[in-house]
Write a protein that binds this ligand. Structure first.
Ligand SMILES: Nc1ncnc2c1ncn2[C@@H]1O[C@H](COP(=O)(O)OP(=O)(O)OP(=O)(O)O)[C@@H](O)[C@H]1O
Length: 321
């Protein structure tokens, strides 16, 4: 879907922002670009919608060289979400969301109906929030409007530059989870820039770990954590790799003990939750056990103890080995 072929960008002052980048993002895939400040992530992304043109190499979108595309027409196919959101302050939430469809000629009523649907999809009730102005929203709510607006023209591709950067860690995690649920429905092809490894791991189907101007490793999160390709990646991923692995390993039925005893556990998580979520719940439970429910039926599937968490981690390590 998006393909970089030997792309280099040198700015007029001689700074090489990225050098000889080659990678591919498949249709419906979410790839996160992660790395320290100034390593070339934003430059990479802005070359996809031609806010910046490469010095050499080429970028293909659906097999077509974007250098030959009309930038305005190209950007209609590519949604863009940035940290500062960039909502129009004098327009309501509904009008903000309907802007792009109206620009491309969707009749006003249809554009507004579509905008209302999208607000619903990102968890904002249009009858409550549609008539508000951006300044009457929290940071997290504004960020959701930004996502709804980017989806409004139904572009096959989304570029997201630190989309959840401007909110506190708790709201951030909630937005990330909501966004993942949303992505299961909309299945866009997404490039997402972040400097936060946790975020890259949680969201990415694959992660591109940047060194300076180059990609040091491009792989699934579990592989980046379990088998860093270079010493640089190993140090970037850091010593708390085990902890981070918790965030990418999900709870399976085999990790559970049978639910026995008169008292059902007070706290529970659903099967498929990450070990990180399960451990957080477990740490708050004095009894040392939490319930695990079947997400489809809501019924108790078993109980999880610290041994179960350990078992799941071992399983994940073995699978990677
Ligand atoms: N217009 C420009 N002219 C010259 N150098 C630039 C220009 N824009 C970016 N750079 C340089 O190119 C390099 C890559 O910048 P880029 O913005 O892509 O990094 P980044 O990884 O997105 O960083 P951050 O996480 O801080 O946003 C940096 O060294 C930066 O200083």
């Amino acid at each position: 879907m998006i393909r970089f072929e030997h792309v280099t960008k040198r700015y007029p002052d001689g700074t090489t922002a990225v050098e000889d980048l080659s990678f591919e993002v498949a249709e419906g895939e979410l790839v996160t670009l992660v790395g320290p400040s100034g390593c070339g992530k934003t430059t990479t992304m802005k070359m996809v919608n031609r806010l910046i043109d490469p010095t050499s190499g080429r970028i293909l979108l659906d097999g077509e060289d974007i250098a030959a595309a009309d930038p305005v027409e190209l950007r209609r196919r590519i949604g863009y979400v940035i940290q500062q959101v960039g909502l129009f302050p004098h327009k309501t939430v509904l009008e903000n969301t309907a802007t792009v469809p109206q620009l491309i000629g969707t009749p006003r009523a249809a554009a507004r109906a579509r905008a209302a649907e999208l607000l619903e999809l990102v968890g904002l009730d249009p009858s409550v929030y549609g008539g508000r102005y951006p300044e009457q929203l929290s940071g997290g709510q504004r960020q959701r409007v930004g996502v709804a607006r980017a989806l409004a023209a139904d572009p096959p591709v989304l570029l997201m530059d630190e989309p959840f950067g401007a909110v506190d860690p708790v709201v951030r995690e909630r937005l990330q989870n909501e966004f993942l649920t949303l992505q299961k429905t909309v299945r866009k092809t997404i490039l997402l820039v972040t400097h936060d490894l946790e975020e890259a791991i949680r969201l990415g189907d694959r992660i591109a770990v940047y060194g300076t101007g180059t990609i040091e490793q491009f792989d699934r999160p579990a592989a980046v954590l379990g088998d860093p390709a270079t010493p640089y990646v190993a140090s970037f991923v850091g010593a708390d790799r085990g902890l981070k692995r918790l965030a990418v390993t999900t709870l399976g039925a085999g990790d559970l003990a049978p639910a026995e005893g008169p008292q059902p556990p007070r706290t529970s998580v659903a099967l498929g939750a990450t070990l990180r979520e399960a451990l957080a719940a477990l740490l708050q439970e004095d009894s040392g056990r939490i319930g695990v429910t079947d997400p489809d039926t809501g019924e108790l599937a078993g109980v999880l103890t610290p041994e179960g968490v350990h078992r799941a981690l071992r399983r994940a390590q073995l699978q990677e080995a």
